[in-house]
Design a binder for this molecule. Structure first.
Ligand SMILES: Cc1ncc(C[n+]2csc(CCOP(=O)(O)OP(=O)(O)O)c2C)c(N)n1
Ligand SMILES: [Mg+2]
Length: 779
């Protein structure tokens, strides 16, 4: 084996084949252990996907131990998680203990997780399709950083997705292809484990060659690895052509059935279909049943030689789709069975598999179990010398200083307009912060007030693109020229792309060692369109500032299809995302400053701002006392008298109605408080954490909601009001056991002017006054 290191190809293949076997064994054993050997307490199936793993062990061996360079990053098909753990086990970066606790608390995760796994995971996966597209967007981010001098061209890596073929059914793949083409995507490989099986069954034959067309149209090179070396050699023998043609015509389902049935079935079927053709019988007679089964399933994705040749041949930066034909469950008794997705070897099958793999009893967890000392040492040396073993730990990016952000001037302002002005001021400043912000939007740059920033900083394109309208001197408020120094990435209307872009930008610190502060705007209701991708970004701990604007019924004339309702609940429910809904411009400036800082903290996260186009009167501040509380989730805009019997709690753009009602009620309800909730999310998280502290043994400190509401009498009543789901605030009553009269929207909106809609949906001052009365009438 020592020749391997000096580059003997036959030995290289032999070594990679030996490593493939280790991956096949270890992944299957890890799953088996979790399901059949580890004691169970809950009677639930643990799960794991032996067949999905077996399908791509050759692909992973060839990729990780041959083609992969230290600067490359990989998203691994979720169901091949155990293979990734096995790779890192062989590299000495995963512990046996973690493998033994696969799918258990604190053990190796079911699907690769950046945040929960202890091995290096470049991209989390789990929701199929997203882990594929993220590689394309991360490649765009890399190009952005190269263009901005933050990554050297020679350090640029490939972004690689190891994907299942059913992932090609996810629409987000095609949205991503289109966006990638527009941005001249490069340095991206997608390697399809083309086993033609999904979860439920075998996949449609009609798709044969369609993927080639689709990807080639979008500028990709398509490399198909259909046959392995054994097959190609057989096809060249007399009678071989007929077998090749037969395979070409064979429906996916038939191929799978025969694979499952094995050699005798292959022979019977081949003889029945093409046995009369010249030399076929003679050729088949050269193979016993096992050899025939091995020949017929020797597809390109299981052939190390075919794989390394294909990878080696693509040494440029063209985006490339490898369609590697495989058999799901290859090498296992589950191979080919349509139900094998969740299928698992039973203990007797596992026992037979162990013997077949040459792993002695008791050495199941040994990385090189069953190999002689020399072979084991050679394999270990090879693995240690592979480029992937030199991959450095993820870098820690230096922080970007965040100066205090001034609130825009103006007696009447909307939070959306103020957002645009704050960003414009940042863009004009000489601060480093300005250089690190990257904005992006799915075709709503202008209508979400990003225009000012973009006019200052330009659109990003690797190749310069002139603003033809500007050149022709046609007046427009928006400059639309693009160049390599630009800081706005304009996307088409595909909110899923938008969120994956934010996820990729938001990983620039750990991925590339340099911080970007991504700011993305989207119409608030259409957050729902990209919700899974948003969740995906947060799950990976990507850091970005999401601005949902405009929002709510406040969009009045735009009608029900554009008026967001439940986004405050999304903001509260999404881990990794702190949601704010400021009412006033100075709150927004303060919160944006906090956000840019929070996005950089080790224990920080992403931030969501729900903004509005409604211009409202701004408060005259006597001091800055409100600020600390505003950053904790809320402050008293009108302080209640100690022991007051009632308060109004409001959020965001309904501030004028809340103030008006407060003024009208204050006479009858002396000491009435007016609570401006800047973040229902923070208040609720604080309250939950406070409750949880009681049973996690920590000293429960008072939470901010308790402190705020502590000014009121214990039995006080609360009217809560926001332009969104009332549940985002009504829970406040639970903090100290207060009665609540919740106002908000929980029906679809419609067109109208604001007074009409506020009346129809009970968001006006009268509704608040009625709600307050109701609180006391109930007594
Ligand atoms: C968005 C999403 N929908 C559904 C699932 C459940 N699911 C997991 S794997 C899978 C099919 C995977 O098939 P394929 O991608 O071909 O992988 P392989 O055959 O290699 O297991 C499905 C439907 C999921 N993980 N994500
Ligand atoms: Mg599949």
């Amino acid at each position: 084996m020592s020749e391997v290191i000096t580059g003997n190809r036959a030995d290289l293949v032999e070594t990679l084949e030996a490593l493939e076997k280790r991956l096949l064994w270890l992944s299957a054993w890890t799953i088996h252990n979790a399901n059949h050997l580890r004691p169970k307490r809950d009677g639930l199936k643990v799960g794991g996907h032996q067949a999905s793993c077996a399908s791509m062990t050759a692909i992973t061996a060839a990729l990780y131990f041959h083609a992969l360079r230290p600067q490359d990053k990989v998203a691994v098909k979720p169901h091949a998680g155990p293979v990734l753990h096995a790779i890192h086990y062989l590299l000495g970066e995963q512990t046996r203990d973690n493998l033994e606790r696969f799918r258990g608390l604190g053990g190796a995760q079911s699907y690769p997780s950046r945040t929960k796994d202890t091995i290096p995971v470049d991209f989390s996966t789990g929701s199929v399709g997203l882990g594929v597209a993220v590689t394309a967007f991360s490649s765009l981010v890399q190009d952005y950083l190269v263009a901005h001098g933050q990554v050297q061209e020679e350090d640029a890596g490939r972004m690689i997705a190891l994907m299942g073929d059913a992932e090609l059914d996810e629409g987000n793949i095609y949205e991503c292809l289109i966006e990638g083409y527009k941005h001249d995507l490069r340095n991206c490989w997608w390697i399809v484990d083309y086993n033609r099986q999904s979860l439920d069954s075998t996949t449609a034959d009609r798709m044969f060659r369609r993927f080639d067309d689709i990807f080639e149209t979008c500028g990709w090179r398509v490399v198909t690895l259909k046959h392995g070396k054994l097959q190609r050699e057989a096809f060249r023998k007399p009678g071989g052509k007929a077998i090749e043609e037969w395979i070409e015509q064979c429906p996916n389902a038939d191929f799978a059935v025969l694979t499952y049935q094995g050699g005798a079935a292959w022979r019977e079927r081949l003889m029945a279909d093409i046995g009369r053709k010249a030399n076929v019988r003679k050729l088949l007679d050269n193979y016993d049943d096992d050899a025939l089964a091995a020949l017929m399933t020797n597809l390109g994705g299981h052939c190390i030689e075919s794989l390394i040749d294909a990878f080696d041949a693509c040494d440029d930066d063209r985006p490339t789709l490898f369609i590697a034909y495989t058999v799901k469950g290859h090498g296992l008794p589950l191979a080919g069975h349509k139900d094998n997705h969740s299928g698992m070897m039973n203990p007797p099958q596992m026992e037979q598999f162990r013997t077949g793999m040459g792993v002695p009893e008791g050495q199941e967890w040994e990385p090189w179990g069953g190999l002689g000392d020399n072979a084991a040492a050679a394999l270990e040396a090879f693995v240690k010398a592979s480029p992937i073993a030199r991959k450095p730990a993820e870098p820690v990016a230096p922080a970007v200083a965040v100066p205090a952000l001034a609130a825009p001037e103006g007696a009447e302002q909307s939070t959306q307009a103020a957002f645009g002005r704050i960003l414009l001021d940042i863009a004009k400043s000489g601060e480093e912060l300005a250089d690190r912000i990257v904005t992006t939007a799915p075709d709503v740059t202008q209508t979400t007030n990003l225009g000012g920033f973009v006019n200052q900083r330009g659109l990003f394109r690797r190749q310069e693109l002139a603003d033809v309208f500007q050149k022709a001197r046609i007046p427009s408020a928006q400059k639309w020229s693009a160049h390599a120094a630009g800081q706005h990435i304009e996307l088409g209307i595909a909110e899923s792309n938008f969120f994956i872009m934010l996820a990729s930008l938001g990983l620039s610190a750990p991925h590339f060692g340099t911080r970007l502060l991504p700011v993305g705007t989207v119409y608030d209701p259409f957050i729902a369109r990209g919700l899974d991708a948003l969740n995906y970004g947060c799950y990976q701990d990507a850091r970005f500032l999401l601005v949902g604007t405009p929002s709510g019924l406040t969009l009045a004339a735009e009608g029900g299809a554009h008026q967001s309702i439940n986004t405050p609940l999304i903001g509260m429910g999404q881990p990794g995302l702190t949601a704010f809904e400021p009412a006033f411009a100075d709150e927004l400036a303060l919160i944006m400053g906090w956000s840019f800082d929070h996005m950089q903290q080790d224990d920080g996260g992403s931030v969501y701002l729900r903004l509005s186009t409604r211009a409202i009167a701004q408060p005259v501040r006597e001091d800055g006392d409100w600020q600390a509380d505003a950053l904790k989730g809320g402050y008293w805009l009108r302080k209640p008298a100690s022991g007051a019997q009632a308060a109004i709690a409001f959020c965001g753009a309904v501030a004028p109605e809340a103030l008006s009602a407060w003024e009208q009620l204050a006479e009858d309800l002396p000491g009435l408080g007016l609570l401006n909730v800047t973040s229902p999310d923070l208040l609720h998280r604080g309250w939950s954490a406070r409750r949880a502290a009681r049973w996690t043994g920590k000293r429960p400190a008072r939470c901010h909601a308790e402190t705020l509401l502590g000014s009121l009498a214990p039995g006080a009543g609360l009217v809560t009001v926001l332009d969104g789901s009332p549940g985002a605030l009504s829970w406040l009553g639970g903090v100290r056991g207060m009665r609540v009269s919740p106002l908000g929207t929980d029906r679809f909106g419609q067109t109208g002017d604001l007074p009409d809609l506020h009346r129809a949906y009970r968001l006006d001052a009268d509704a608040i006054i009625d709600a307050a009365a109701e609180l006391f009438l109930e007594d």
